[in-house]
Design a protein around this ligand. Structure first.
Ligand code: FE2
Length: 146
């Protein structure tokens, strides 16, 4: 189920994705709208799962069935070694790592600490988040979001 906190996170990610979209494409309002929607949809899979495991894949599958343009980005969000890092996945992942579980904006370092506090630093979620943040921050597009 999507919890109240998660709704706050989802809305925060949508707004962050809109902000990042405008940094990537300053004159493209429609792109910002599209990225806001992508943020709103990215954690949809949680509604149908007991835990967060596999929520990206499930959300992607639901959205693919509905003909949604960015279903692959939803399916691949979070750290995924081999997923093509499209601009849209980059925006979504950066936004997801800049908004805490309660919806508040944060740095990627704070987001990592938040994940560590919730799941433990030995958890797969935490280890994946470390790799994800490294990947995002070393991407040449990262400086454009500043
Ligand atoms: Fe997610």
């Amino acid at each position: 189920m999507i919890s109240e906190n998660r709704w706050q996170h989802i809305l925060g990610v949508a707004r962050k994705a809109k902000e990042f979209a405008l940094k990537m494409q300053p004159d493209n309002e429609k792109y910002a709208e599209d990225m806001f929607l992508l943020g709103l949809l990215h954690d949809l899979g949680y509604e149908f799962l007991e835990t967060g495991k596999g929520h990206g894949a499930l959300g992607g599958e639901i959205l693919q069935r509905s003909g949604y343009k960015y279903w692959k980005e939803v399916a691949n969000h979070g750290y995924s070694e081999n997923a093509p890092m499209t601009d849209e996945l980059f925006i979504l992942d950066c936004a997801d790592m800049s908004v805490k579980a309660d919806g508040k904006n944060c740095t990627m370092k704070e987001r990592l600490e938040d994940i560590g506090n919730r799941y433990g630093t030995a958890s797969a979620a935490y280890q994946k988040a470390i790799l994800e943040i490294q990947k995002l921050q070393s991407d040449p597009r990262y400086v454009r979001l500043k």
